[in-house]
Design a protein around this ligand. Structure first.
Ligand SMILES: C[S@@+](CC[C@H](N)C(=O)[O-])C[C@H]1O[C@@H](n2cnc3c(N)ncnc32)[C@H](O)[C@@H]1O
Length: 281
């Protein structure tokens, strides 16, 4: 069977029932063959051997059950690097790359101290650490499982300006190995979905770690606690840059107004939805 025939048969078997898109299948085959999507388009007559067809059949059954492709193939490209991912970490989202782009100009090439709160796979902190080797990065998460994945990514990117820290951000007793009150920049993509929110897709709710998704009855608990905690860590003039969910700008702004941060910018994502705050202490 060649590639085009396999795509046709698989789509007609699964597409209507399980909403598997052609592009998803192409990405899956491309991963197995080591081809980019563009290269794959030029090789549609390529023969697939029986062993590959069997591996693809297993992967397609997982896709049909709603499992995200990134967990099946074990990796996700983010910013400029490939990250290992599995069910212990949130899959890095494309819009979060905007947070990295906005953070970079806040870090010149001198030595700075940076915290990444709720680092998960490490996609934000490690991407920044790769671009700013003179700075020292502390990547924090309350999940030891997530930090094990982060460590794999740190090792594969060979970054020695990164310290991985286990801790619960927001807990008054949590102190890291940096100088509190002297941090230059804090970045974060906190959990921001309300517990029990039934708009979350079954693929996300069923497969991604709940500790990365849900926080409190309104989805704002982490933001509230992390704003207060971060204020104590930052030096005067330091920045806090973080992501938030759709329609959360106003309630989070209300928390901010109870503090002494200045709002520098509210940044939109690719869909022109307000998605990030840049604050200064
Ligand atoms: C939305 S995920 C973000 C992961 C990654 N930074 C990204 O952008 O893909 C949130 C992360 O915060 C962690 N987390 C949740 N509550 C936390 C807390 N109180 N302190 C530290 N980490 C926490 C979760 O384990 C999860 O890895």
């Amino acid at each position: 069977m060649n590639l085009e025939e396999w795509l046709g048969v698989t789509l007609s078997d699964h597409a209507q029932h399980f909403n598997i898109q052609r592009r998803l299948l192409e990405d899956l085959v491309g991963y197995h063959l080591g081809l980019s999507w563009g290269e794959l388009q030029l090789q549609k007559q390529r023969a697939l051997d029986d062993e590959l067809i069997e591996s693809l059949a297993i992967a397609v059954r997982r896709l049909a059950a709603g499992e995200p492709l990134a967990y099946i193939i074990g990796e996700k490209f983010f910013f400029k690097s490939m990250f290992s991912v599995d069910s212990r970490v949130l899959i890095p989202r494309p819009e979060t790359e905007i947070l990295v782009e906005k953070a970079l100009p806040l870090l010149d090439h001198s030595s700075k101290t940076v915290l990444d709160l709720g680092t998960g796979s490490g996609c934000i902190g490690l991407s920044l650490a790769k671009e700013r080797p003179q700075s020292r990065f502390y990547l924090i998460d309350s999940s030891l499982d997530a930090l094990a994945v982060c460590r794999v990514n740190q090792d594969s990117l060979r970054l020695d300006n990164v310290t991985i820290v286990h801790g619960t951000v927001g807990k008054a007793s949590f102190d890291g190995p940096w100088d509190s009150g002297a941090v230059d920049l804090i970045v974060a993509n906190p959990p921001y979905i309300a517990e029990g929110d039934d708009r979350v897709t079954s693929s996300v709710h069923g497969f991604e770690p709940h500790s990365a998704l849900y926080t409190g009855e309104e989805g704002l608990e982490c933001h509230r606690l992390w704003l207060e905690w971060s204020f104590r860590q930052l030096r005067p003039g330091g920045h806090f840059l973080f992501e938030f969910g759709k329609d959360q700008e106003d309630p989070i702004a209300a928390f901010i107004h109870q503090t002494d941060y200045s709002i520098i910018e509210v940044v939109e994502d690719y869909a022109r939805i307000k998605r990030f705050f840049i604050l200064q202490k």
